[in-house]
Design a protein around this ligand. Structure first.
Ligand SMILES: Nc1ncnc2c1ncn2[C@@H]1O[C@H](COP(=O)(O)OP(=O)(O)OP(=O)(O)O)[C@@H](O)[C@H]1O
Length: 360
């Protein structure tokens, strides 16, 4: 394991007047294998940055243990806290800008004092090639675009061959389009260098583009830590179901049919769904079912009608917010050549492959 967190707690001391102590990270456990990219998402203030800072050695732990490549680096019960400079962890933060008075080569060479001059120059060139900027060594940071600057910051962080790379909102200052392209590039760069990374972002597109493992935090807790596909299709908690993707939790009932258990929803029975719970999983079969925007198809021939409340253009598709006759709101992705206006009634049908239910 490149990184192993065992029940870590990060506590900020506060006066009673300020509400007392705050556990910003509560008993979080997770692991990252060598070369894996883990991404943490969650609402503002949920503890993502505090967790990253604890891994970097910038915050002491109040409980639990952190191992980097097998070495214990934080273990308060044993009085152990390795300082940041002894952890061999690289960092790229949004506000961790390049040194403005040093050229690109000197920036990338910054952590390489142990190497001889020729070796250092070779490593700088290797890193700049890795991030796709082999020709900028002699430029000053202000002569580069924002995206180029963050790639140089990545080269600088990777140059000393860290055991783990931490990225905290490293690309959030860039515009959306560049951010998504860069996420794919950064993934390729990390994979090429074989470096494990833990990334914090508020951008779900970026998270899905980067992650081998994706975690959702809420109020200091890690609600789920899973492969992105499983996190999306098998959210472990209502919070994760709500937070990831676009969807609603609609009241439903599990019923027995000759074909087996089915979910009866305001959009009708869900057919062909895998992993449907049995009716006795909930009292009276009553539950909530996750209906994501991509589980709902627009079809003029469908018997269920819904009124368009709102329409968000997303390029190839619209995200419609719809209201059923009984007022329940659902979301639907619809290819943008179906151009219906708010106020119109359209036909919809559910096409849910993974049934996700929660207690009411
Ligand atoms: N140095 C500190 N002293 C006291 N409280 C802090 C400190 N740093 C963060 N906190 C509090 O700890 C909680 C978690 O903050 P943290 O910055 O880790 O969250 P975050 O998920 O990274 O948020 P964001 O996405 O807004 O950056 C918040 O309630 C925050 O106010």
């Amino acid at each position: 394991m490149a990184l192993l967190l065992e029940h870590i707690v990060v506590r900020y001391r506060g006066s009673a007047a300020a509400g007392g102590d705050l556990d910003a990270v509560r008993e979080v456990s997770m692991g990252l294998a060598a070369g894996e990219i883990g991404v943490l998402v969650g609402p503002s203030g949920c503890g993502k940055t505090s967790l990253l800072r604890a891994v970097a050695g910038l915050e002491p732990l109040a409980g639990g243990r952190i191992r980097l490549a097998g070495d214990i680096v934080s273990d308060p019960a044993a009085g152990l806290h390795r300082p940041a400079e002894q952890r061999r962890v690289g960092m790229v933060f949004q506000d961790y800008a390049l040194f403005p008075h040093l050229d690109v080569a000197a920036n990338v060479a910054f952590g390489l004092h142990a190497l001889g001059r020729a070796e250092r120059a070779r490593r700088v060139q290797e890193m700049l090639s890795l991030v796709g900027l082999p020709e900028v060594a002699g430029k000053m940071p202000h002569q580069l675009s924002g995206g180029q600057q963050q790639r140089v910051a990545l080269a600088r962080a990777l140059a000393p061959a860290p055991r783990l790379l931490l990225l905290d909102e490293a690309f959030s200052a860039l515009d959306v389009e560049l951010r998504e392209r860069l996420a794919h590039e950064v993934r390729a760069i990390l994979k090429a260098s074989g470096t494990a990374a833990l990334v914090v972002t508020h951008d779900q597109m970026e998270a899905f583009a980067l992650a081998d493992r994706l975690g959702v935090m809420q109020a200091g807790r890690l609600e789920q830590w899973d492969r992105p596909y499983d996190l999306y299709h098998r959210p472990a908690t209502r919070f994760v179901a709500d937070f990831i993707g676009h969807g609603v939790l609609a009241p439903a009932r599990i019923v027995s049919t000759p074909q087996g258990p089915r979910v009866d929803t305001p959009l009708g029975l869900l057919a062909d769904a895998d992993e449907c719970p049995l009716p006795d999983a909930y009292p009276g079969g009553e539950c909530l079912v996750l209906l994501r925007a991509d589980d709902i198809e627009h079809d003029d021939a469908a018997p269920v009608r819904a009124r368009i409340l709102r329409r968000d253009f997303r390029g190839a598709e619209f995200l419609y917010t719809l209201a059923l006759a009984d007022g329940l709101e659902v979301l639907a992705h619809v290819p943008s050549h179906h151009d219906h206006a708010p106020g119109e009634w359209i036909g919809i049908r559910p096409r849910v492959e993974h049934v996700v239910t929660f207690p009411r």
